[in-house]
Design a protein around this ligand. Structure first.
Ligand code: ADP
Ligand code: MG
Length: 390
């Protein structure tokens, strides 16, 4: 789960990272008020969306008067901001962060990620911040420094100092950097984070370190024990198809095709998507309804898949091991009637109680298209798409 920049700054600030003072705004008037409240002569207004690359996309701007803050804020609110890190549709801007413009001498990069290879938290740092880490890895890979942290000792001082020296820091900056590194590490570890990124971490004109941007992402599976983090969730930044499915305990990932998939088991779902592609089609989604799919759950799965307007045919593929085909068939029939289905539906059942399942489908009198194998089901789904003959 991602959170906003201002929320990450608040969290990291409480762990000891120096962050700028600032104010949150939900309207242009409030943005102007925040600027006045902060005082000074120049402010940076920043769109709060769950994506980086806002600067280059016009979502971060230096404003030299309160009027400019308000005008720029008015142009941002309600807009969809598309950055290098979003899809073409972008993310809606409903909150702005206003902070004093900072006098920047240098921009550094600092990130904490989970390194699967060493099974440890890894620090990635570079003396050249500001640009995205992906670009940095391409244009200046030699500047990237990596360091893994032993969970038994935690981040130790000499390691932190070594990194600070490596970034070319001097004097009190070294102590400041050690504090920042330890704070980020503790925040990462204690809050079940998956990623902490400060880009840029700047050296100000006065020579002090300051986190001008912050990004944090959390392990969804650990949110049950981090209610204060779970609370920071912002549904406006999520794919509505995925959040609704998640609420109902369905593993759903939205895709760009038009063949809606209802499948049990992640492996079978992946295989089905491959077969659809092989047959010349494009899946609209990945959906795993799980092992014990009751008729009610199947109905929910139908609703979830149909919420995507691009769907033109539904493919149900169930291999019942724990599940029972007759249950799933009941669910399909129920869903078909409840949602007033107008699209073609292809059903392939295999496994436990398959004959009973098939009998229910046939006995329903509904115009369901049935298939015996996965390949047949995929081919029939592709063929059933209306008016898509290329
Ligand atoms: P993103 O990473 O989404 O583009 P950032 O918060 O990193 O957004 O802002 C982009 C750039 O804008 C930064 O690299 C920095 O140069 C500049 N910037 C951000 N905040 C401030 C600030 N308070 N004062 C001055 N410049 C800033
Ligand atoms: Mg940034």
């Amino acid at each position: 789960m991602d959170i906003h920049e201002y929320q990450a700054k608040d969290i990291l600030g409480r762990f000891g990272v120096p962050v700028p003072k600032g104010g949150l705004a939900y309207s242009p008037e409030q943005a102007a008020y925040r600027a006045r409240e902060l005082g000074g002569h120049a402010w940076v207004v920043k769109a709060q969306v769950h994506a980086g690359g806002r600067g280059a996309a016009g979502g971060v701007r230096l404003c030299r008067s309160v009027e400019e803050v308000q005008t720029y804020a008015a142009s941002l609110f309600g807009r969809q901001l598309a950055t290098k890190q979003t899809d073409a549709a972008g993310k809606g801007v409903y909150r702005l962060w206003v902070e004093p413009a900072c006098d920047i001498a240098r921009e550094l990069y600092l990130g904490f990620v989970l390194d699967r290879k060493s099974e440890r938290i890894m620090i990635v740092a570079s003396a050249h911040g500001g640009m995205e880490i992906e670009d940095l890895a391409e244009t200046d890979p030699m500047s990237l420094r990596r360091m893994t942290i032993d969970p038994a000792t935690g981040l130790v001082e000499f390691q932190a100092r070594e990194l600070a020296f490596g970034l070319g820091l001097t004097g009190t900056q070294i102590t400041q950097m050690v504090t920042i590194l330890k704070a980020c590490y503790r925040a990462y570890r204690d809050l079940d984070a998956m990623m902490v990124e400060i880009n840029p971490l700047v050296i100000t004109g006065a020579g002090d370190l300051l986190a001008l941007d912050a990004k944090m992402s959390f392990d969804t599976n650990a949110l049950f024990r981090r209610p204060e983090i779970a609370e920071l969730r912002d549904r406006s930044q999520e794919d509505p198809r995925e959040s609704t499915a998640g609420d109902h305990g369905l593993a759903y990932v939205g895709l760009t095709g038009d063949i809606g998939c209802i499948i049990n088991g992640a492996g079978l779902a992946m295989a089905t998507m491959d077969m659809i592609k092989l047959a010349g089609g494009e899946p609209a989604n990945f959906l795993d309804i799980g092992g014990g799919a009751s008729p009610e759950r199947v109905v929910r799965a139908f609703r979830t898949v149909l919420a995507d307007r691009a769907v033109s045919v539904i493919l149900v593929n169930i291999f019942a091991g724990i599940n029972r085909c007759d249950w799933v068939a009941e669910g399909v029939v129920k869903a078909y009637r409840e949602v007033g289905m107008t699209l073609p539906v292809v059903v392939r059942l295999a496994g436990t109680n398959v004959e009973e399942g098939k009998a229910i489908l046939q006995g329903s009198g509904l115009p369901l298209i049935t298939a015996d194998t996965l390949a047949e089901a995929a081919a029939k789904a592709v063929a059933a798409r209306p008016n898509l003959a290329a």
